[in-house]
Design a protein around this ligand. Structure first.
Ligand code: SAM
Length: 241
């Protein structure tokens, strides 16, 4: 199996939602890690380690972190599976530059790529991960189908994503997210607008059940999920059979 797709067609430019995400993430790179720590009260790093652990990459295997951002999941995976090859892609060059400057990052293969058209051959990876990707794409099914394509049979996808809070916590948590995220963005990063976008995409995304239904349609099985952080985050894992 070759790493690059032979005769790759030139990828489509990012879609409208993709363009907004690309602009936003290129803009907020400098404050990304700090803001993430503040917005999740330090839990983001723990969830990324959890995501890495759930991939169960075999020794000598290959893992891909899509929409790697500043590389937190990719670096956690490298620590957990030092004998594996970790690839990490993103369509924000500023995020990739930041990720590649972190300690230990030189062992990871960083690459510019759009999640809609991954530049890898079929069945190349033992595991695929991503954090906070799906709410930024126009076509969730296409992006998950692309991940299914590059996974080997028996390979796992592990997803970290936000979800709209439900039940009793729905109203207080929604209000907290609406007020706190743009406020933190204004005070810490001096950029209320970008964090208003993040707040909107967080509350507007799918429930775990909706993502699971798409994973099933794409062909994934053995699907498991759990919610985190007052029902605002989810970790979902699934297997290609
Ligand atoms: C919120 S950040 C998440 C970064 C990292 N995964 C984490 O958990 O901290 C979302 C990242 O997804 C990237 N992204 C969004 N849509 C993408 C796409 N279609 N292809 C590649 N990267 C994308 C953005 O550039 C950004 O770096």
């Amino acid at each position: 199996m070759t790493e690059e797709r032979a005769q790759m067609p030139s990828p489509d430019p990012p879609s409208s939602k993709g363009q907004e995400a690309q602009r936003t993430f290129n803009k907020i790179t400098d404050y990304y890690d700090l803001m993430n720590r503040l917005m999740t009260l330090g839990r983001h790093a723990v969830w990324c380690r959890d995501v890495a652990a759930r991939t169960r990459v075999p020794s000598g295997g290959r893992m891909l972190d899509v929409a790697t951002g500043t590389g937190v999941i990719a670096l956690a995976a490298l620590k957990k599976y030092p004998n594996s090859t970790i690839h990490a892609v993103d369509f924000s060059d500023r995020m990739l530059t930041e990720a590649a400057s972190k300690p230990g990052a030189s062992a990871i293969r960083w690459q510019h790529a759009d999640a809609n058209d991954l530049p890898f051959g079929d069945e190349f990876f033992d595991a695929v991960t991503h954090g906070y990707l799906l709410r930024n794409v126009d076509d969730v099914e296409r992006v998950l189908a692309e991940q299914y394509r590059v996974l080997k049979r028996g390979g796992r996808v592990v997803i970290l994503e936000t979800c709209p809070p439900q039940g009793l916590l729905r109203y207080p948590v929604t209000l907290g997210v609406r007020v706190l995220i743009p406020l933190l963005g204004q005070v810490v990063a001096r950029d209320r607008e970008s964090y208003a976008y993040l707040q909107k995409s967080t509350l507007g995304f799918m429930t775990p059940e909706e993502v699971v239904a798409i994973l099933r349609r794409v062909g994934f099985a053995s699907i498991a999920w759990k919610k985190k952080f007052f029902g605002t985050h989810m970790i979902i894992s699934a297997e290609k059979q």
